[in-house]
Write a protein that binds this ligand. Sequence first.
Ligand code: SAM
Length: 425
Amino acid sequence: MFGGNDFMNAFRLRWNQALGRETFASPPAPVTLREQLTHFGLKKQSARSVATRGPAAAPATPSGTICASAAENDRIANWRCVAFMLAASTAVEKHAKSRHNCPTDAPVRPYFIQTSSPDSCDPAVDLRAGISSPEARIPAWYLYDEIGSRLFDVITVLPDYYPTRTEAAIFARHLPEMAKVTDLENGSLIDLGAGSCDKAPGLFPFVKPRQYVPVDISVEHLRATVTRLQREHQDVEMIGVGTDFSNNLVIPGQVRTERRLFFYPGSSIGNFTPSEANSFLQQVRSQMRKDGALWIGIDLVKDHTTLERAYDDVLGVTAAFNLNMLLNVNRIAGTNFEPAHWQHRALFNADDSRIEMLLEAKAKTVVRWPDGERSFSAGERIHTENSYKYTPDSFRALLEQAGLRTIGMWTDERQWFAFFAAVLA
Ligand SMILES: C[S@@+](CC[C@H](N)C(=O)[O-])C[C@H]1O[C@@H](n2cnc3c(N)ncnc32)[C@H](O)[C@@H]1O
């Protein structure tokens, strides 16, 4: 039998592993979900067992008793949360596979290209500078490592997260009309920030692309996704592009220049400030000819409670998504962030019309890296993501400024989300 102390020691050991302290020294590379769960000391849990018995268990408690302080209980709750989300992610993955009826032994391989932007600087240097600045910040794309990409998939099916569902309802209703307006059959469908490529296959029957080009910074996640997708759609040539397009959008030469349809759903453009969004849209424009188009989804301004709940859901999945960023930053920048010392915040900034995601220090804490450190006082925050909300008019104006002309706009009954089609002005 484990005593309370034995259990807490075993728990601490595993929790430290979960926080990447060991992986920091000699990083194993968990690739499959099973490997990730094993890495976390967890067993794979079926979707049914998640539904009937609740979240996957935290490390076994043979004695059944835990003598833990409030802080340790907090950690156990966090652990259970991570376990739950990995299990939930399995359920989502299984659902996606069964939905697509994926044949696993088909021989086709997609083409995959990993590029880095020519003017990109050392991410570690960049990250340490952001953390050291008086108003500490971490760029939003560091949310998307392998675990972050999976957590985002779970977020999209949460009751509080309306954007994905609302956008899907717009597609379900208007896709035939959208395809007719742009008329881009037999071209290249370029999916910007494709993530798990869940949305684009639904467009294939309408857009009938010759090439499908998913682009994403979460390289390993994208590689696995596009490999699966190529097996399911062998008639479409797939070119996966792993790249950071925040400073420079590079579309490789293998992608045909004729009839390009840029697809940027999910309101991801909202992660850029309006001026960054303007330069990003100009880059998209520069990669598009007169026979091309852009389809882009945006989240519309609405009541603050709905907005804040979407980014701070009751199950704590978005909180884990935000906190997981610290583990990713530890790996890249050599920092020693302790996620348990931070809490997630999501606040609507009405002046700038944006949701701000933040990580707030629970108490005074010092973050160290090989040649520096930054002290945070209790309550001090790190800015991790913006999500700008537009009105139909303000977004149309943004497109115009970037040299793009709106040829169609579709929205839902509540006017919560909008999808634009635009071409060269
Ligand atoms: C909000 S998710 C949207 C995923 C999917 N398109 C959807 O609509 O559900 C944003 C996606 O953009 C990717 N991303 C974020 N910043 C990026 C960057 N700078 N370069 C390339 N991809 C990026 C992320 O990895 C993530 O998959």
